[in-house]
Write a protein that binds this ligand. Structure first.
Ligand SMILES: [Zn+2]
Length: 240
């Protein structure tokens, strides 16, 4: 619940309809109209980081909002802004084994999105990913970017769709066997472990593919390729 008018700091205001699903208020003193979200924009940085940490720790956006006593929309905005500011993929270089796999996720109750992933086995890194359908077009987009990498061997499962596109985009050997994709499968299950949204039965809060993409970036940067400790320490430094 908001405390005072963001324009004149007056403590008295009344509910005044909705903007979409967000409650709107009207100041009794200056008549300025504002939403909960607008008020929460002024929340301290440590709280915004806390929201990101909770989301990264596996809480849903809904549960995070409840825990911090703010709106779900605010949590979504903070996580999105943070993920955009920290979005990065590793720079292309020489690697020996890259495992490729695809992974599906519901956006909305019926619609599925496929997340194609490339995992650098030598360094245990997620080096790239692409969202789309389980089709050649989506795979080609990923392979097009991966062609900047110097890869010795690509490992995939037996899905026939890998063969032709890999041949077109890379000189690398292709090994198609389930026993050589264990690392990326472990990475898929880590992803489901860490994020409420990737568990098959979870209630989906954000249906946007943009949030799926940004969540992938957070997962890569803070759980696979790097550590969440930097973020924890930053938040702690704001509290002491
Ligand atoms: Zn006012």
């Amino acid at each position: 619940m908001p405390k005072c008018c963001p324009k004149c700091d007056h403590p008295h205001f009344v509910k005044n309809g909705f903007v979409g699903e967000t409650q709107r208020f009207k100041c009794k003193s200056c008549h300025y109209q504002f939403t909960t979200e607008q008020l929460e924009r002024g929340k301290p940085l440590w709280m915004k980081l806390e929201a990101v940490l909770l989301y990264l720790g596996g809480l849903s956006l809904n549960a995070t909002a409840k825990h911090l006593d703010v709106s779900v929309q605010s949590v979504l905005n903070w996580v999105r802004d943070f993920a955009k500011a920290n979005y990065e993929k590793p720079e292309p270089e020489k690697v020996v084994v890259v495992e490729l796999d695809e992974f599906w996720h519901f956006v909305g109750s019926k619609k599925r999105v496929w997340i194609w992933k490339a995992y650098d086995r030598d360094h245990g890194r997620l080096i790239d990913w692409e969202l789309g359908d389980r089709d050649r077009e989506t795979l080609e987009k990923l392979l097009e970017r991966l062609s900047q990498w110097e890869v010795t061997v690509y490992c995939t499962d037996h899905w026939k769709g890998f063969e032709a596109p890999l041949g077109n985009h890379s000189e690398a050997h292709h090994v198609a066997t389930k026993t050589e994709t264990l690392a990326i499968e472990r990475n898929n299950s880590d992803q489901r472990h860490w994020f409420a949204r990737f568990r098959r039965k979870s209630k989906v809060v954000s249906k946007s593919e943009e949030m799926v993409e940004l969540t992938m970036a957070l997962f890569a940067k803070f759980h696979v390729n790097g550590s969440i400790d930097l973020l924890r320490n930053w938040r702690l430094s704001l509290l002491t």
